[in-house]
Design a protein around this ligand. Structure first.
Ligand code: ASP
Length: 330
């Protein structure tokens, strides 16, 4: 029987309502959660690890690196076939993508959690854990990068984002939909997974800012970020990748300091492209030297820029962002 390491790292899956304050707080141990996944011993041998009991808004980039190193050691072990990680759902897509960018393995790594705490009717933690473990033992799931498993749906960490603050199927892949499903404890894939560069990262920098564009925005936030000494900026631009004209001066100042600027769209679906030639339009930004990350929310483009800037090999940032992640191959 295959062996799966289940790493408990907090989130709603490990929470219970504290009756004094009538709100969910971390309380369950990994063993307590695993005991609710009845019958799983017929599918896999489980080795549990308690990494943390953090709510995911408490996760830092440094914590993501610690997790990455921990999981790298697990997947390097011959006796471990796959790894399942629990995580709070709020920043799950950031950690899952970080792991995807920094762990080079063919073994299956699945990130999961719960949208309802163990005090609520319809607690989804045990089901999500069971389907994640079934995914971790699937030969078909190997070599597809880090997967995110919720509500019986599998999404690639490189593509997924949280789209709903309360629904059980809160994780979706914009533009495409899930890459697979878990049906009757078996995994079925609809399409191939993206291959992308894996970065060797041993220490991390966190000083990459994310700025979301709104109508009438000026360069004030960009100037603040420059003054604070940030080393990279992601701009969640409007539509196809355009910014209000008053932001252009700030972007020019950043680029003059050789600080990379990555542009994504604040739109949920679609791609950025240098379609518009007016002041602040995508064509102007591209000509100034910003990088376009074609279809990714700002919080994930920030993870990618952080990882690229922290890479041990002096990887040219231009190289990392020259193509859409969907197109790049090792
Ligand atoms: N706020 C919680 C967290 O991210 C939500 C969850 O786990 O679903 O830790």
């Amino acid at each position: 029987m295959k062996k799966v390491a289940v790493v408990f790292n907090g989130g709603t899956i490990s929470m219970k309502v504290d009756e004094r304050i009538k709100a969910a707080v971390p309380s369950l141990t990994g063993e307590e959660i695993m005991s609710m996944v009845t019958g799983i011993e017929n599918y896999a041998n489980i080795e549990s690890y308690s990494f943390s009991s953090k709510p995911s808004p408490h996760m830092t980039i440094e914590n993501m690196l610690e997790l990455s190193k921990f999981i790298r050691e697990l997947v390097d072990r011959d006796d471990i076939d796959g790894v399942v990680l629990t995580h709070g759902t709020d920043t799950l897509e950031e950690t899952a993508y970080f792991l995807d960018l920094t762990i080079d393995t063919e073994k299956v790594i699945v990130v999961t959690g719960a949208m309802r705490s163990s005090s609520e009717l319809g607690y989804d933690g045990p089901f999500n854990l069971a389907t994640s473990i079934c995914t971790a033992i699937s030969d078909d799931a190997k070599g597809r990068g880090v997967l995110v498993c919720f509500n019986g749906e599998l999404n690639s960490a490189a593509e997924v984002t949280k789209v709903n603050s309360m629904a059980l199927n809160a994780f979706k892949t914009p533009n495409f939909g899930p890459i697979g499903i878990v049906d009757n404890n078996k995994v079925f894939f609809y399409r191939n997974t993206i291959k992308h560069k894996v970065y060797h990262v041993e220490s991390i920098r966190e000083d990459v800012a994310l700025i979301k564009c709104v109508a009438g925005m000026t360069s004030d936030f960009i100037d603040f970020v420059i003054d604070k000494g940030y080393k990279g900026i992601v701009i969640e631009a409007l539509g196809r990748g355009n910014v209000p004209p008053e932001m252009v001066m700030g972007i020019k100042r950043v680029l003059r300091k050789n600080i990379p600027v990555v542009v994504v769209s604040r739109c949920f679906e679609g791609r950025v492209h240098e379609s518009y030639g007016y002041e602040g339009g995508g064509k102007m930004l591209k000509d100034l030297g910003v990088f376009f990350e074609e279809s990714m929310p700002g919080q994930k483009a920030r993870i990618k820029l952080i990882v690229a800037l922290s890479s041990e090999k002096a990887i040219d940032i231009k190289e990392s962002f020259k193509k859409n992640i969907n197109d790049t191959n090792n």
